[in-house]
Design a protein around this ligand. Sequence first.
Ligand code: FEO
Ligand code: CA
Ligand code: CA
Ligand code: CA
Length: 637
Amino acid sequence: MSEITVKPENVKNIDNHSADAGPVVKEAEFDQLAEQAVSRRGFLSTCVGLGAGAFVMGMTSGFPMNALAKSTGSRMTFSAVAANTLDTITVPKGYSWSILASWGDPLWSRGASFDHKTRGSGESQELAFGDNNDGMALFSMGDKNIFAVNNEYVNQKIMYGNRESKLPENADDVRKGKAAHGVSIMEVAQKNGQWSIVKDSTYNRRITADSDMDITGPASGHDLLKTKADPTGTRSKGTWNNCGNGRTPWGTYLTCEENFNGYFSSSDENYQASAELTRYGVKNKDRGYNWALTDERFDISKHPNEPNRVGYIVEIDPMDPTSTPKKRTALGRFKHENAELVVADNGHVVVYLGDDERGEFLYKFVSDKKYKKGGNNTSLLENGSLYVAKFYDGGKGEWLALNPKTTGMKSQAEVCIHTRLAASAVGATTMDRPEWVAANPNKAEVYCALTNNKNRGVKPNAGGDLTPVGGPNPREVNNYGQIVRWLPKAGDHTADEFIWDLFVMAGNPAVHKDAYAGSDNIDASNMFNSPDGIAFDKHGTLWIQTDGKYSNKGDFAGQGNNQMLAADPETGEIRRFMVGPKECEVTGITWSADTKTMFVGIQHPGEKGDSHFPGGGDSVPRSSVIAITKDDGGYIG
Ligand code: FEO
Ligand code: CA
Ligand code: CA
Ligand code: CA
C-alpha cells in the first residue's frame, strides 16, 4: 500500500491515509478475480433494469472486499440521523457542531464584519472569507493550524440581493464577486473547545481571480496559452471555480478549477468560439458574473486564449504566504473536481482526477519522478504521464495513455490543454459525472462518486461521444448516482489494469422497486441522492457528502436535505451522520491533527431563497465551514 502520510518532519498531514500497509490483491489473484467477474456477466445481465455490465456490491462474489456475508457488526458507533428538512445542522446524539467561518467573515481586523444589508463591498470581501466554500484541508505544524479552503463560486441572488437585478451591476460589485472566489487561507485555533479564525495571522491570505500564478509543466509557454497580458504563456492571473481539493505528503494544497467557462463572454455577439472552447462550454454569454465589464481578459472575442489558462490543478504552499501558486498543466485541463493523491509502492506519485460533466471522463496522473521522504518534492507534479479510464463490462478496466502517439495530437502540451478531446480520441468511457475520488488508506483501492446523469443513454456528451447504458453507468436517466471503486492490478496504483465494481447505487426504495430503488445497501433509513464529496478518514471509514435534489418529493420523497453519511468499505454498510440546512450542499471535509474535530463545508444554504442558516431570524444565508466534535471528547473518524 502506498505510504501517504509521509511528510516533512514538522508538517502533520492529518487527513486520511494512515501508513498501515493493508492487503493487496496479488497478480495471480487479480487474474482469477477478473475471470470470475467475467463469468458472472450472464447472471448479472438478467438483473432487472441494469445494464449488462453492472457489478454491484453484494452481487459480485468475485470482488475481494465484498464482505457483506462475513460482517459481524458495525464499525460505526453513532446512532443514525433521520432525514429531515430543518434549516439547521443535525448530528447524532452525543455530537455537537459550531461555526468556524462564514462567507464575509474578516480575516484581518481592518476588515469590516459581514453587513447583512449590503452583503459587503469589493474592499470588505478582499479582506474576508470567500463565498461557497468547497474542498478544504487543515495543515498542522507545531501549535499552528493553517486552514486552506476553496471558495468555488458566488450565490448571485444572495450576494447581490441588495441590487434590483440580483446581479453585479457596477465595477465594485464585480470586484466583490471576483474577491469572493478562489481560496481562503487562514490560521485557526481552538480555545475552550471553540474553533475560530486567528485574525491578522501572518499566514492569512486570500487567493482570488486576480492573484498571480505560474503555469508549469508541458503546456507552459505553449502558443495556446499566450495572451496580450502574458505573451510568454507562463504566468496567469487568478484561479476561480475552485471545487474539490487535494493535498500532498510534502505539505501543499491542491485546488481544482472546475466550471471555469461560465466567466467568459464576448463583446462581439457574432463571435464563433472554436470547437475546442465549445467542448469546455465556453460561450459568448457568461453565467451572470459580468467579469468582462471590468476585466477585458474575460472577453473571448478579444482574448480567445484566456480560457486555455484555466481548468487546471493548482498547487499552493499554505505555509508560505509569499509563494506563487503553480498551475500544474501535466494533470490535464478539464472541469476538475478533486485531486486524490497517493504515493505508489514504487515511489511514483499518482493523482486520481474526475471531470464533472455529463459523459466526461475519469483520469489518472503518474509522476515521472519519485517521491523522496524528506527530500525536495516540489516539482513532482510538473511532469508525468496522463491516463484516462476505460471500463469494460464484466468488471475489468484499463488506463489508456494520453500522449501524441495515442491521440494524434501534435504535442503533450496540446494533450494537457485539450485533454477532453484527447480522451475522446482514445475512446475512454463516458461517465455519469465523476465527482470526488477517494483512496482507501488500508488497501490499494479507490472510489469515485458518479453523482448523476440525466443524459445517460439519452444523448452524447459535448464532444459527441455516446453515453450507452452499461458498465459503471448502468441506469438510463440516472437521477440518483452511484459510487464506483476499483482495485489496481497487484495493488500497484501505477498499473494499467484494474478491476471494478459498484460500491453503492443510490436510489429510493420507497418509490421504486427496480434498479432505481438502489443497491442492497440502501434502504428507507439511509437513502440519499447524488453522492459528490467523498473522503476516507485515517481509520478507513468512507464519508459521503451529497449535492442532490432536496425537494423531498416524488423520486426524492423521504430523502430530506443534503447530508453526509458514513460507509464501511468492507461491509458496504452506510449510515447517515449529518443533515445540512435547507437548500445547501454538503461538501468539503478535513480533520484536526488529533482527529477530535471534523470540519465540514455547508455550501449555498438558501440558494433558492428558503434558508437563514446560520444566523436564523431574517439574516442572510451564508455558506460556512462547521466544526463537529464528540461531547465525550472522542475521535471522529
Ligand atoms: Fe463543484 Fe462537481 O462540484
Ligand atoms: Ca462537487
Ligand atoms: Ca455536484
Ligand atoms: Ca457545489
